[in-house]
Design a protein. Structure first.
Length: 453
């Protein structure tokens, strides 16, 4: 058992800090790339073989699906912090209880999200002012997506458990396989069977169910201390409280931020399907740019959690700073390439000149400000590793929701109601959040050193 644990997990409480962070975050980043391919391949296939309305439909629904997924990911963050801390402290019994509680809650949440998602498809699309030429296809895609959302949630939580103990390699293998499967099924259903946007949705959820099955088999059959024992599944109140103490603020922050993005989408929808398709393409490319910061934010959370659990506060702080710097460097290189190759990147999704024009407009307006968001994500991850989710939640909600919505209202009502200024609502939130979160992180560090937190 010990030999397996040494080869499949990464103990971040010992050894070179930067090396540990890279070893952890690189497979995670590659895995996130392949997971992102699910929806991206859907958009590329329908954009090229179905039409711009289908492309706009798939892109516009991502803001809605993100609300459910991001809320669940907040729960996943809370579970990961608790599991990583138990792993770092070497408490096998509590680690086992945390894992069983986590998976039991995951199955329950999956059922709830499936039902709620399917019955709220039409109201959500009406709320975002989805145009009539896009609405039918968006409703079809969204209904099928929510019918199969449990596969995504179960995989995300199972891989989160593995990441908590430092294993980011095997989830990557599963994602590579199922992403390739999704590409094959997309082409089969859309190009060969002519199933349209429904075929793209079915390809996605079938691939996600396969990834969920693989991760459950792995967790059930491992001989390591994080093994999932089905007959021990239960919800332990103490561990659930610890998970929610970190995860609930993170989930609320994520879902309200996603809800705020739905408002941005509703502003965009008023400009028609060309702008919608261009915005959808920009958002998908922006998600790829964000992958390094998201992966390194997860690395910061796990690194800090394990080291706090082991009583190594100074090492936890050094790891957080190095992770911010590493994320800024990697993201900066990606941004440079995207700015240089914007037309080529957008044309992967659509060859229509107006779609390419608006996609490039949004990229060139917003991308220079992404570095502010890098600091936001990684610092928030480090703070959550300390068990502090409430502070980042309040700061991000104030910046991404309140400030962004005030900006959009004032801009569109009194200054300029045009696509580029509306899209710039994203950087406005990023910059505000960055300033506030840096100040907050410095304050919390001072209080920790004074023994007050």
């Amino acid at each position: 058992m010990n030999n397996e644990r040494k080869t499949t997990s990464v103990n971040m409480t010992e050894g070179p800090i930067l090396q540990k962070i890279i070893l952890y975050s690189l497979p995670l980043m590659l895995g996130n790339v392949f997971q992102m391919l699910y929806n991206t391949v859907d958009m590329i296939v329908v954009g090229n073989f179905v039409g711009k309305e289908a492309l706009a439909a798939v892109g516009s629904t991502s803001m809605i699906t993100n609300m459910a997924v991001f809320f669940f990911n907040g729960f996943s963050v809370g579970a990961s912090v608790v599991i990583a801390r138990q792993f770092g402290s070497g408490n096998t019994e509590k680690l086992h209880t945390a894992i069983e509680t986590t998976m039991a809650m995951t199955f329950l949440i999956s059922v709830v999200f499936t039902i709620l998602g399917m019955i709220t498809v039409t109201p959500m699309l009406r709320f975002t002012a989805t145009p009539e030429d896009v609405f039918p296809q968006a409703a079809v895609y969204l209904s099928i997506y929510f019918a199969g959302i449990s596969g995504l949630l179960i995989y995300n939580m199972g891989s989160g458990i593995l990441r908590s103990v430092g294993d980011t390699t095997r989830p990557l293998y599963f994602l590579v396989f199922t992403s390739l499967l999704n590409i094959v099924l997309d082409l089969l259903f859309v190009v060969v069977f002519h199933a349209g946007i429904a075929g793209a949705a079915w390809a996605t959820i079938l691939s996600q169910f396969v990834s969920a099955a693989l991760i459950l088999v792995l967790l059930s059959r491992t001989g390591d201390i994080y093994r999932l024992t089905w007959h021990d599944l239960n919800i332990d109140p103490d561990h659930l409280r610890m998970i929610f103490a970190v995860g609930l603020p993170a989930g609320i922050q994520s879902v309200i931020t996603a809800f705020s993005n739905v408002f941005v989408q509703s502003y965009i929808n008023h400009f028609g399907s060309d702008v919608m398709a261009g915005w959808s393409t920009y958002n998908k490319l922006d998600q790829f740019v964000m992958l390094p910061m998201q992966s390194m934010a997860a690395a910061a959370t796990t690194f800090v959690s394990q080291n706090v659990g082991a009583g190594k506060e100074d090492r936890a702080e050094r790891g957080a700073v190095l992770t911010v710097l590493l994320a800024l460097g990697v993201t900066g290189v990606i941004i440079l390439f995207l700015l240089l190759l914007a037309p080529e990147a957008v044309s992967l999704f659509s060859r229509e000149p107006e779609v390419i024009r608006y996609g490039c407009l949004f990229i060139r307006t917003n991308m220079l400000f992404v570095s502010f968001n890098v600091v936001n994500h990684v610092l928030a991850g480090a703070l959550r590793g300390h068990g502090d989710s409430r502070g980042p939640m309040i700061i991000m909600l104030g910046s991404f929701v309140a400030v962004r919505q005030i900006y959009l209202f004032v801009m569109t009502r009194f200054i300029m109601n045009a696509p580029a200024p509306v899209g710039f609502g994203y950087p406005v939130g990023w910059m505000t959040c960055c300033v506030l979160e840096v100040l907050y992180a410095l304050r919390q560090r001072k209080l920790r050193h004074a023994g007050q937190v």
